[in-house]
Design a protein around this ligand. Structure first.
Ligand code: ADP
Ligand code: MG
Length: 281
């Protein structure tokens, strides 16, 4: 039996069946122009769980993620986050709510002209009035959490792929969010580095009690980290279940989807900044 398989069989997922929901998505419909993308999607995220949204390219994963971040407006249906109706509240309230949500974008979306530390303090500079030194201390603490202590003054171009992901995680958690969103956290990494990122995600759930939503097409990663998996196909949810339930599914579409690969998606730093500040508009 491989080490990975042993770990898997030893791992006991926490019992979250009675946990309150931090996100409730009800009959969510979204359009781009006249084209319907998400068709009456219903899924909840429980406090303290890792929910993985899986699906092939074009299935609507990013659209769903962007809707949760308030960047895409639904045509109908509702998104309730931490007790607030995301699309009904005022811009000021949405900005406040958005600060309880951290996002680690695919590719990292770090600014190449800023040091790692400056990249990580960015949300603090945008959203708080803290003094410079306090911000640096907070950022350094988060760098320790993600195992990047000592790399504060490096530029992103000097980091490996795994370190860029870690820096993106440090930036995502620098405001101590209640909910963390990760878009394709292990894409483009070699298997050992990818599994270290998976460990990091689990440690954030366990040590910081975060609720975590991960979008991924990486089957192995999903099976390692998910408390529950939501399988999305062409804007429909095919199934929501535990790893064991999804694995055991006889649904041919699910089995096909799980074996398919999606294309790389990347986000440049300017787009990151636009998204970071979008809720202020
Ligand atoms: P995934 O992240 O699962 O690959 P997306 O949510 O990016 O899927 O896309 C879902 C569908 O919506 C795709 O058919 C895609 O072409 C379309 N789409 C995505 N973004 C836009 C956009 N900004 N304008 C128009 N169509 C879009
Ligand atoms: Mg996508």
């Amino acid at each position: 039996m491989s080490i990975a398989a042993q770990k898997e069989s030893a791992y006991q997922p926490p019992d979250l069946t009675g946990a309150p929901n931090v996100i409730e998505i009800k009959d969510l419909v979204t359009h781009y122009g006249s084209r319907e993308i998400l068709h009456k999607v219903n899924v909840n995220v429980r406090e303290g769980e890792v929910l993985v949204i899986m699906g092939g390219s074009g299935s609507g994963k990013s659209t769903l993620l962007n809707t949760l971040l308030g960047l895409v407006n639904p045509t109908s249906g509702g998104v309730h986050i931490l007790g607030q109706e995301l699309h009904a509240i005022s811009g000021v309230e949405r900005t406040k709510l958005r600060q309880k949500m951290g996002v680690a974008f695919q590719g990292g979306a770090l600014f190449s002209s800023m040091s790692v530390l400056d990249n990580i303090t960015l949300p603090l500079r945008e959203h708080t009035q803290l003094d410079h030194n306090t911000m640096r201390i907070m950022a350094r603490l988060k760098m320790q959490v993600v195992n990047l202590a000592g790399f504060e003054n490096l530029m992103p171009s000097e980091l490996s792929g795994g370190m860029i992901k870690r820096a993106a995680f440090a930036r995502a958690i620098v405001m101590d969010p209640r909910i963390l969103f990760c878009d394709e956290p292990s894409a483009g990494l070699d298997p050992i580095v990818a599994s270290a990122i998976d460990e990091l995600i689990l440690s954030l759930r366990d040590a910081m009690g975060m609720s975590i939503v991960v979008v991924t097409h990486e089957l192995e990663s999903a099976f390692r980290i998910a408390d529950r998996i939501c399988v999305l196909d062409k804007g429909h949810i095919l199934m929501i279940g535990t790893v064991a339930e999804v694995r055991a599914s006889a649904n041919e579409r699910i089995q096909n989807l799980l074996n398919r690969r999606t294309e790389e998606e990347t986000l440049d730093p300017d787009e990151y900044l636009r998204r970071l500040t979008a809720a202020n508009d």
